[in-house]
Design a protein around this ligand. Structure first.
Ligand SMILES: NC(=O)c1ccc[n+]([C@@H]2O[C@H](COP(=O)([O-])OP(=O)(O)OC[C@H]3O[C@@H](n4cnc5c(N)ncnc54)[C@H](O)[C@@H]3O)[C@@H](O)[C@H]2O)c1
Ligand SMILES: O=P(O)(O)OC[C@@H](O)[C@@H](O)[C@H](O)[C@H](O)CO
Length: 480
C-alpha cells in the first residue's frame, strides 16, 4: 500500500501547507525528531506555515531525495518500546526536498523566499568545520575555500546560508533564524561561527552584519535513532502493509530543549512537548557529556570485545560498570546543576534506554566519525578535570580502547571497521602505534589538540594501552 493511502497517513490537508522551514541534512534523526514535533502540531491544525523543505548538499543525499520524492515526502516513524511493542505513524511535515548538487539555484531561491523563516540543520558534528581545541572555523577546508572563491555559487551548507542571507538583505527581507539541531556543545554558537566565518572569507563587512543581525538559538536534542535496516523496511511492509523506501525507527523517549530566540516567529513547539528555556547550556552539557559520552564508551569497549549492538554493551557487566563509573566520577563532576533534573535518575534512565534491544542500535553507528565525536563528548570533560585536578583515568582508558580498536582487530580476532571522515589519519597513527610508537594516536592534533603534550593524560593513555595489550579489556575495565 502507498503511504498516502494508509490509515496511519496524516489527515490534515498537506496541499494547504507552506514551507516556513528549510532543513539541511534530512537524515534519520531529523525525521524522528524535529519533523515529528511539527507533525504533532499539524495534526492539531496548527503550524500550517511551518512545513519543512529538506535540502541535501552531499552527493549521498540523492538517495534520500529519491526515496522521499517517490512517496510524496511521507515516511513511516516506528517507535520501538522495550517490551517489543511498537507505536507507528506516517509523518507528513516534510513537503519538499531539494538536492543542491543538481539544482543549487532552487536552494538559493527557497532560502531567499519570504516564506522561509527558519533554516535548521542536522549536518553532523563534523559538518561545522570547527577546530575543537581553538573553536575556530577551519577556513582551509575544501568546501570553505570553494565557497569563499565563489560566494554566488556555493556548495556547502554555510556557503548557501551566507549567499541567501545576502540576497535577502539586498531584497529588503529580514534574515531567517538559523537553528542547529546537532549534538554539539553550544550548537547555535557553533553554527554562528561557521556562518559568520564563512562570510568573512569573502566579505568581512557582511560577516559583521550577520553576526549582529541573525539569530542562532542553542538547543539540546535527544532521541536515539539508529540506521534504518532492510529488516526495518520489511517489517513496515509485513506488519503495516506499507511500501516505504526509507522508514525511520527510534526509541520512544524524546526530548528537545531550546532557546526562544526566533525573530521571525516559530512553530509552537512547546505545544508538541518541547521545552523552551532561557539558558540551554546546562541541558546540552548534561546530554552530551553523559548520554553521548556513554555511547562512545559502549562503542569503543564493546567493539574491542567483538560486540555488535549498543544493548549488548549496556547489559555487559564490565562495560556497563566502567561506563557508569566514567559518568559518575569523571563526567558528572564537570556539570552545572540542571534545572528540574536529578542527574542520578538521569544516568539510571540512560542505562534503561541503552538496554532497549528492540532498537538494535549498532556500535558501528555509535563509533562512526568518532574523531568528531570524542572531541565533543569526552575530551571536554578530560580537559576540565585536568584543569581542576579531577580524575581522568577512565576517560584516558576509553581513548586507549578506541585507539587499540583502530588497529583493526577485536580481541576475538574479528575485524573492527573504521568508518570515519578522518579515517585515513586514524589508521596511519594506529599503524605507528602498533609498530611501537605508544603515543602516536594521541599526537593526532585534529582529534586531541594539545592533550598529547599533557604529561598526565599521556601517561594514563599509554599505561591503559599497555595494560589492554597485556591483560585484555575485561581486566582493564574491572581495574578502573
Ligand atoms: N541519530 C541519533 O540518534 C541522533 C540523536 C540526536 C542528535 N543527532 C544529530 O543528528 C546528526 C545526524 O544524525 P542522523 O542519525 O540523522 O544521521 P544520518 O546519517 O541519517 O544523516 C546525516 C545527514 O547529515 C548530512 N551531512 C553529513 N555531513 C554533512 C556536511 N558536511 N554538510 C552537510 N550535510 C552533511 C548527510 O548528508 C545526511 O543528510 C548527528 O550527527 C547528531 O548531531 C542524531
Ligand atoms: O549522532 P551523533 O554523532 O551525535 O552520536 C552518536 C549517538 O551518541 C547519538 O546519535 C545518540 O544516539 C543521540 O544523541 C541520542 O539522542
Amino acid at each position: 500500500m502507498k503511504l498516502a493511502d494508509s490509515p496511519l497517513a496524516p489527515k490534515y490537508d498537506r496541499s494547504n501547507l507552506t514551507a516556513g522551514i528549510v532543513h539541511f541534512g534530512v537524515g534519520n534523526f531529523h525525521r524522528s525528531h524535529q519533523a515529528m514535533f511539527l507533525d504533532r502540531l499539524l495534526r492539531e491544525g496548527k503550524a500550517k506555515d511551518w512545513a519543512i523543505c529538506g535540502v541535501g548538499v552531499m552527493p549521498g543525499d540523492k538517495k534520500m531525495r529519491d526515496a522521499l520524492a517517490g512517496q510524496d515526502y511521507l515516511y513511516t516513524l516506528v517507535l520501538k518500546n522495550p517490551d517489543g511493542s511498537k507505536d507507528t505513524a506516517v509523518i507528513g511535515s516534510i513537503i519538499d526536498y531539494l538536492f543542491a548538487p543538481e539544482d543549487p539555484a532552487a536552494v538559493l531561491d527557497r532560502l531567499a523566499s519570504a516564506d522561509t523563516k527558519i533554516v535548521s540543520l542536522t549536518v553532523t558534528e563534523g559538518g561545522y568545520n570547527i577546530d575543537d581545541e581553538t573553536g575556530n572555523f577551519r577556513t582551509d577546508s575544501e568546501g570553505a575555500v570553494h565557497d569563499a572563491a565563489h560566494p554566488e555559487a556555493p556548495q556547502t551548507t554555510f556557503g548557501f546560508i551566507v549567499a541567501a542571507l545576502r540576497r535577502r538583505k539586498e531584497a529588503g527581507l529580514d534574515p531567517f533564524t538559523v537553528m542547529s539541531c546537532d549534538n554539539l556543545p553550544g550548537n547555535g554558537n557553533i553554527a554562528r561561527t561557521a556562518v559568520v566565518e564563512q562570510a568573512r572569507l569573502s566579505d568581512p563587512e557582511f560577516a559583521e552584519w550577520i553576526d549582529q543581525n541573525v539569530s542562532f538559538p542553542n538547543c539540546m536534542v535527544d532521541r536515539i535513532t539508529p540506521v534504518t535496516t532492510d529488516a526495518d523496511r520489511q517489517m513496515v511492509k509485513d506488519e503495516l502493509g506499507l511500501d516505504d523506501a526509507w522508514p525511520v525507527v527510534a526509541e520512544p523517549f524524546v526530548q528537545w530543549v531550546l532557546e526562544d530566540k526566533f525573530p521571525l516567529g516559530r512553530p509552537a513547539y512547546e505545544e508538541a512537548g518541547a521545552q523552551l528555556v532561557e539558558d540551554v547550556v546546562p541541558y546540552e552539557l548534561m546530554k552530551l557529556r553523559l548520554l553521548n559520552a556513554a555511547h562512545q564508551s559502549l562503542a569503543h569497549w564493546g567493539r574491542l570485545l567483538g560486540l555488535e549492538f549498543g544493548h549488548e554493551s549496556a547489559v555487559d557487566e564490565d562495560i556497563a560498570g566502567v561506563t557508569r563509573r566514567y559518568l559518575e566520577q569523571e563526567a558528572r563532576p564537570t556539570l552545572r546543576p540542571v534545572p528540574g533534573i536529578d542527574l542520578n535518575a538521569y544516568i539510571d534512565e540512560l542505562f534503561e534506554r541503552f538496554a532497549n534491544e528492540a532498537i538494535a542500535d549498532t556500535l558501528a553507528r555509535l563509533a562512526q566519525d568518532a574523531s568528531d565525536r570524542m572531541p565533543k563528548f569526552v575530551l571536554p570533560s578530560v580537559r576540565e578535570n585536568l584543569k581542576n585536578g579531577g580524575q581522568i583515568k577512565i576517560g584516558a582508558a576509553m581513548c586507549a580502547a578506541w585507539a587499540l580498536g583502530c588497529e583493526g582487530k577485536a580481541e576475538d580476532g574479528s575485524q573492527i571497521v573504521i568508518d570515519d571522515q578522518h579515517g585515513k589519519e586514524l589508521a596511519a597513527s594506529a599503524k605507528r602505534q602498533a609498530e611501537g610508537e605508544e603515543a602516536a594516536f594521541i599526537e593526532d592534533q585534529f582529534v586531541f589538540g594539545e592533550l598529547a603534550q599533557n604529561e598526565q593524560f599521556k601517561n594514563e593513555f599509554v599505561q591503559a594501552l599497555k595494560d589492554l595489550r597485556e591483560k585484555g579489556a575485561r581486566e582493564v575495565m574491572r581495574s578502573l
